[in-house]
Structures are given as structure tokens and as C-alpha cells.
Design a protein around this ligand. Structure first.
Ligand SMILES: [Zn+2]
Length: 341
């Protein structure tokens, strides 16, 4: 009711461009229940693996313990829990604790600066010459399993009588597909978290290309009157950008870097992939796929194209993304880490 009331308030607020609240589809929308207060949750850690929590109308529930909670774990982070949220995903119910930790302002990060280029072939290319490759979401066997399930669901859909509700068997197949996809998503998310934590710990200043991903996504297809150029190529590129979730990587880096006293700097970087970092010669002919070979005869630098772009990004000047470390000695941050139940 609280969210519903807020939705109408947003709709009538002239300064807030919100649409009129509508009904939600039962199967399409994400099922979630909010526990607005943290007071009666009575969280207890049972052992290394499990914790227990009191949920209104449900009672005592065990959940998989994944992280130290402020105000609960002895010697853990200072702060308190202000609420919780139950979310149903393909693997089951998850609980998310809303926390308000007390964090002291970190000292300035002594680490070196680094430029990061989002690659097409590799996930992240660093200016120090290293790469961070995506973990493959699913194993070959799991991919094959998913492919068979998709074939199965197509077969089951073919024999379905129009107008009749979805059969239990088809719904079961849908659930199995959703589970396999959720596994891939969780593994990708885990990789992203581990990688960004490692980067924010190692480097003091992280420079990234300032690009508007959403604009790039929108511009590719064009309209019926003015169709976009190289639509197939760009949609392939778009897909890989979406898959690698570059935008989320930057968001994660921003807060993780700020927490450690570092900062993320966004640099406008036109032509970083075509310009040689050593001599500054810009020519599209220098780049051939993943290989960069400078066409300037006096330079002739050769190497990985994404590494070259990352070094260019590291050398460029940019605008620091305002971190959250300059709010005083102690500050409260609201954050909702996703936690498995
Ligand atoms: Zn050169």
C-alpha cells in the first residue's frame, strides 16, 4: 500500500514525470514483499552457513548467511538494519537487508591510476596491458541442457490448443529455462563484483570512457524513414555491450572506489581506438580487429587494440565522478546488497 500510494503521489506530482500506476501481470512482474522496519526482524546467526530472521505473517525463517550485517555480527561493520525485502527469483526466495552502516571517511587511495576500455572481444582491457575476461556463464553441458529445454518448450507450444491455458508441463519447462538463465546471470554478476572489487582495491584513480550507452543502443536501428547504418553490425555490438553490462561495471566501480578513497574519472575519448598512444597518430587503418599496428613509419608500435585504447583513456584528462567520501568524518549510506536466502 505504501508503494501504491507513492506511485499515485508521483503521478500527481507535476515535477515528477511518472506514469499512471497500472496493474501488474501476475507472471511477468517480479514478486517482492517489503518489510519496512528492521526493528522486529531479530536476526540471529545460527552457524557459519545459516542465519534466522523473523518475518511478519510468516514467522521464523532460516536464510543462507552470505555477508556480515551491521549491528548483528560481532566485530562486523557498525550501523543498523532498517528493513528487508523478500524477492522471488527463479531459484527461490531471496532476502535483501536494507542497511545503514556507519562508515568513516577513508584515507586517500595510494594506488596507481589506470585506464579501462570496455572491449568487444574481452570484457575489460586495462592500460597496464592486462585483460579481465568474462567467466563463461554456463558450462558446455549446461548450455546444451538449456538448448534442449528451449527446443522442448517450442515443441510443447506447437501442440498447445489456442485459447487454452498453458499446460503444467509447459510451465514446468519455462521454470527450468528461467532457472538455467538465472544461474548464468548470477555467475556473471558474481564475476562483475569480484572484478570491480579487485580493481577498486588495486588502483587509486580509475579512468573510463564517458559514453552514453543508451544513446548508442537507440541510434543503431533508426526509423522507417531514416534507417540506421550497419544495423546488423551495431546490434551485434549492442548485444555484447548489454551482455557485458559495462554501465553496471562503472556504477560498481564508482561506489567501491569511493569507499576505498579512490575515484572514478570519466574521460571524453573520441578516437581512442584509432589513435596510437605512443606517437598520437590517428588513422583508422592502424586498427585491424584486435590488432593495433601504428601506420606511422617512424613509430610502428604494435599490440592489442584494446590495450592501446585503455592507455589513451589513461592519458586523457577527464571529470572526476563525485564520490561520496567528502561528506564529513562519518557518514551514513543506504545500500541494498543482493543476498541469497
Ligand atoms: Zn604510433
Amino acid at each position: 500500500m505504501k508503494t501504491y500510494r507513492q506511485a499515485w503521489a508521483n503521478f500527481f506530482n507535476p515535477d515528477h514525470p511518472a506514469k499512471r500506476p497500472t496493474f501488474k501481470g501476475r507472471f511477468r512482474s517480479r514478486m517482492a514483499v517489503d518489510v519496512p522496519q528492521g526493528r522486529d526482524l531479530n536476526i540471529v546467526r545460527l552457524n557459519r552457513r545459516w542465519g534466522a530472521v523473523n518475518l511478519p505473517k510468516v514467522g521464523r525463517v532460516r536464510f543462507r548467511w552470505t555477508k556480515d550485517l551491521p549491528g548483528v555480527t560481532k566485530g562486523g561493520p557498525a550501523g543498523r538494519i532498517t528493513g528487508a525485502r523478500l524477492v522471488k527469483q527463479a531459484h527461490g526466495w531471496h532476502i535483501v537487508f536494507r542497511t545503514e552502516p556507519q562508515v568513516s571517511a577513508p584515507a586517500s587511495h595510494p594506488g596507481p591510476p589506470v585506464g579501462i576500455d570496455r572491449g568487444i572481444n574481452v570484457a575489460l582491457a586495462l592500460s597496464d596491458g592486462t585483460m579481465r575476461e568474462h567467466c563463461d556463464g554456463l558450462t558446455a553441458g549446461e548450455k546444451e541442457h538449456l538448448r534442449r529445454l528451449e527446443k522442448k518448450s517450442a515443441r510443447q507450444r506447437r501442440t498447445r490448443t489456442p485459447g487454452q491455458p498453458t499446460s503444467k508441463r509447459l510451465r514446468r519447462t519455462y521454470d527450468q529455462i528461467a532457472k538455467a538463465r538465472a544461474t548464468a546471470k548470477r555467475r556473471a554478476f558474481d564475476w562483475q563484483h569480484q572484478t570491480t572489487t579487485e580493481l577498486a582495491t588495486t588502483f587509486g584513480v580509475i579512468k573510463v570512457e564517458d559514453l552514453r550507452i543508451t544513446n548508442m543502443l537507440r541510434s543503431a536501428k533508426g526509423t522507417a524513414e531514416a534507417p540506421g547504418k550497419n544495423v546488423a553490425q551495431k546490434s551485434g555490438l549492442n548485444r555484447s555491450i548489454s551482455e557485458q553490462a559495462w554501465g553496471r561495471t562503472v556504477t560498481l566501480l564508482e561506489y567501491k572506489s569511493a569507499d576505498r578513497g579512490g575515484q572514478v574519472v570519466k574521460v571524453p575519448a573520441p578516437g581512442t581506438s584509432q589513435t596510437c598512444h605512443r606517437c598520437g597518430h590517428r588513422d583508422p587503418a592502424s586498427r585491424n580487429g584486435t590488432v593495433f599496428a601504428c601506420v606511422n613509419p617512424v613509430c610502428g608500435w604494435g599490440g592489442h587494440a584494446d590495450t592501446n585504447a585503455a592507455i589513451n583513456i589513461n592519458n586523457a584528462d577527464g571529470i572526476a565522478v563525485p564520490g561520496r567520501g567528502d561528506l564529513g568524518v562519518t557518514r551514513s549510506v543506504k545500500r541494498q546488497p543482493p543476498r541469497a536466502a
